[in-house]
Design a protein. Sequence first.
Length: 578
Amino acid sequence: MQLTLEQRLLRFLAREERDEQRSHRELRAQPVELRVLEGECIQHAEYLGADGPAHVFAVADNGSKFRPGDTLVAGDGLDLEGGVPFVCGAYDAAAGRLELEPDAFARGAANGLEVGRAYVIDRRPLGLQGRLRDAVLAAFGSSRLAAVLQGAHEPQRDGGRHERARQRLLAAGMNPAQVEAGAAAIATESLCLVQGPPGTGKTRLLAQVVALLCAAGCRIAVSAFTHRAVDNALLAIRRLAPELPLCKLDSSSNDGREELQRANVQLADARRVRLPGKGVVVAGTCFQLAKLQEGYRFHYTVFDEAGQLPIPHALPGMLRAQRWLFFGDHAQLPPVVTTSRADRDASVSIFEHLHRFYGALLLDTTYRMNEGVCRVVSDSFYGGRLRADAGAAARRLPFAPGGRLDEVLDPERPVVWLRIDHQQPGHRSTEEAHAVADLVEDLVRRHRVPPGEIAVIAPFRAQVRLLRSAIQHRNLPGSDALVVDTVERIQGQEREVVVVSLTAGDPHEVRSRGAFHLSANRLNVALSRARTKAVLVASAHAFRALPPDTEGLRMASRCKGLRDRMPSVDLTRLYVVG
């Protein structure tokens, strides 16, 4: 018997909950040192005391995967149930300062913490699947919303509203693709999808659309998967509309509070907020929107970064309106899924799911990448439809010939595969770390590229740590400004130069992790951070992997196509011993 979409979503949530609980039990069974290596724990976090609502810890080396909004617990590292529950706030790497905020929805209090004492900070399961199950049931209880989700809806648009929107967007200086996408979004009577590849002005267009709708008296809800994405959308709207009433549904996990307050964004409790009848923006994550009183309805719900938003997480926002605008890109990072046995059709993002039925309007001009970088990204991930704006197309990397890595850093080769044919298994490659450190040193010392304009990216945290160490040993001036991190941490950023270390060279290791390691989405995000130069450091053996699953094979094939579009420089003899 074939399951309905509703049944598949409910089964997906049940598996996510079960696997989250199992993963948490396994995590608790590991020693602290191993949890630290996995990025799931911070050791030796000295409690400094409270600073307003936040509790401050001195953390000398934060190699964790924790992000603002993650639920955490501070304790002795052994009794995870007996620790103090927190929500992750801001981390200042330069100052070694981590802020944790009380979790208003968890039991426990921070007054038992002792100033000067060192604590272990661990992840704590969120346990929100019950709220998402309620949203799924409510969504499929609505015949109109159920039809949209099942691809049985016929989108309509208001012709007069479309033409008026076109004229206003043209007057605002939007390019042709932005004008058509923005006008379609404003004119829709149900839904519209806008695909924004890297550097194409997706968030700016979102802000322009919201500002125009509010000027016409609409009430708009803005939502995204993370608080940071919600904040970024609000700040973009504020830059275009200085007087527009903006409200962020506040939470203890919001680490952007001060920036929002400086931008005159009202922070309010979702259960108590009182809002104007029209011309207002209310923003929050799906869980915050779900807390609004039942009577709150909006003319539109606007979703940013919808390519990372799971289907169930979109439903609380969709239930609040009759028109839905999705801004995202399913060719970039997908949603994070806990279960290893996820039903792909239920675990994709809301953007990718709806794209299958309704398509999307593509923003086709990037203002970030030069012509060479854009060509490789466009041909590999966007069917050749993405082009570089004339101003960006002509950019070139600063170059002073005479170095031993000139063939790799030649600005006439904007994207290069630096081939180092090692067969290192696991999550570390010293060969690639030495090569990357040499590249960074040449860029800084010879070619005078500021360290703050270089990003080094690797798929594994162990390799990130190895890369940082190798680069630190070069004693480069200004190296603190250099970004060395995983691709998840650098999405939304850009740099003059990006160096990607693929890390694993053993095809058997890559085979077992094919859908992750040879992920076209992650490589797209990594390479497209670059304005003028992208270098992929990788072993040819990695591309020989044949993952056992269909999705892994599809990804591996796309990555081989990407590799074949790059000129290669083989420096195996310099970095591989034996």
